[in-house]
Design a protein around this ligand. Structure first.
Ligand code: SF4
Length: 309
């Protein structure tokens, strides 16, 4: 009979749990409608549950009513969001509750300090991810250089950007949910192209003497989920990774498992589990990103037991 094992540290991180608790608490106390700007966290099931509790999710900031009770998502926001909301009378002293994860705020602060220390700051992240958009605001806005992939072509393009713009001091930060292995690979490639000029800058920024460097801003909960998935993927025959369609950290887990050569299925719900995935398999692994609720993990494991055992 096949075994089913769940990767260590699967499911909610503290930042996601905190954002959900904030939204629920505000909605419970608020007699009117509570609005959340954007996806509070990147998981459809979580959003659905909160919608069922009366919370309204708005993608276009223009549609948030004047003075409305508003919660900001865990991924952080650019300053322009606060300005637009302020013009609607929505501020932290009136009806705004900011659920930005403290570890995202930390990245913003690191980027600001690096910029103040004379660095041209670039991001290892996704162009369209709200966290990178929020961090970019503190650097050069839309002109911030974002490196999406760690391969040699992307590393070379960045080095050419530095040379072409005569940039003598540059530092990288990472979106909190990127691959640890990917960030390392990017730095290795940059160092290969520049004779080892990219040095580690401590997160505390106590030493900013390097002219070219990088700060490790991938958050610990992301690292723990990646190592838990990696450990499990090395010993199973098939992996099922659960995460939202837009969940960067969950998709990284699936990518990691695939890179290790194990058959991997990335799903959003138990309904997507297929019996055929487990034919002839003895060890089944399940992993879930930081925005995946426990109930979803339980449902998927239940469905796997139903079809595979
Ligand atoms: S993944 Fe990291 S940065 Fe994002 S909400 Fe969780 S703890 Fe915060």
């Amino acid at each position: 009979m096949p075994t089913i094992e769940i990767a260590k540290n699967s499911g909610f991180c503290f930042g996601v749990r905190r954002a959900i608790d904030i939204a629920k608490e505000i909605a419970e106390k608020n007699e009117g409608t509570t609005y959340v700007y954007g996806q509070l966290v990147h998981n459809e099931r979580v959003i659905e549950d909160l919608e069922n509790q009366g919370i309204v999710f708005i993608e276009d900031i223009k549609n948030i009513p004047q003075g409305a009770t508003t919660v900001l998502r865990a991924h952080g926001e650019p300053g322009t969001t606060y300005q637009v909301l302020g013009e609607k009378g929505i501020t932290s002293s009136t009806s705004l509750k900011d659920a930005t994860c403290p570890l995202v705020t930390l990245v913003h602060n690191v980027a600001i300090k690096l910029k103040n220390a004379g660095y041209d700051v670039a991001i290892f992240g996704k162009h369209d991810h709200p966290e990178s958009i929020g961090t970019s605001y503190h650097i050069k806005g839309k002109d911030t250089y974002i490196i999406e992939k760690p391969d040699m072509d992307h590393a070379r393009a960045f080095v050419e950007y530095l040379k072409g713009n005569n940039i003598k001091r540059a530092a990288l930060v990472s979106q909190t949910t990127m691959s640890v292995y990917g960030y390392k690979k990017l730095i290795d490639n940059l160092n290969q192209l520049t004779n080892g000029t990219f040095r580690n800058i401590p997160l505390s920024l106590t030493d900013v003497s390097a002219d070219y460097g990088y700060v490790d801003t991938i958050c610990n909960p992301t690292k723990q989920r990646q190592s838990g998935t990696e450990e499990l993927a090395r010993k199973v025959d098939v992996m099922v990774v659960i995460g939202g369609v837009h969940s960067s950290n969950s998709k990284e887990l699936a990518q990691k498992a695939r890179e290790l050569g194990v058959e991997t299925h990335y799903i959003q719900s138990a309904a997507q589990v297929e019996k055929g995935w487990f034919a002839g398999k003895e060890r089944i692994g399940v992993s879930a990103g930081a925005s995946t609720p426990d109930v979803l993990i339980e449902e998927v494991v239940g469905k796997i037991k139903e079809v595979a055992l």
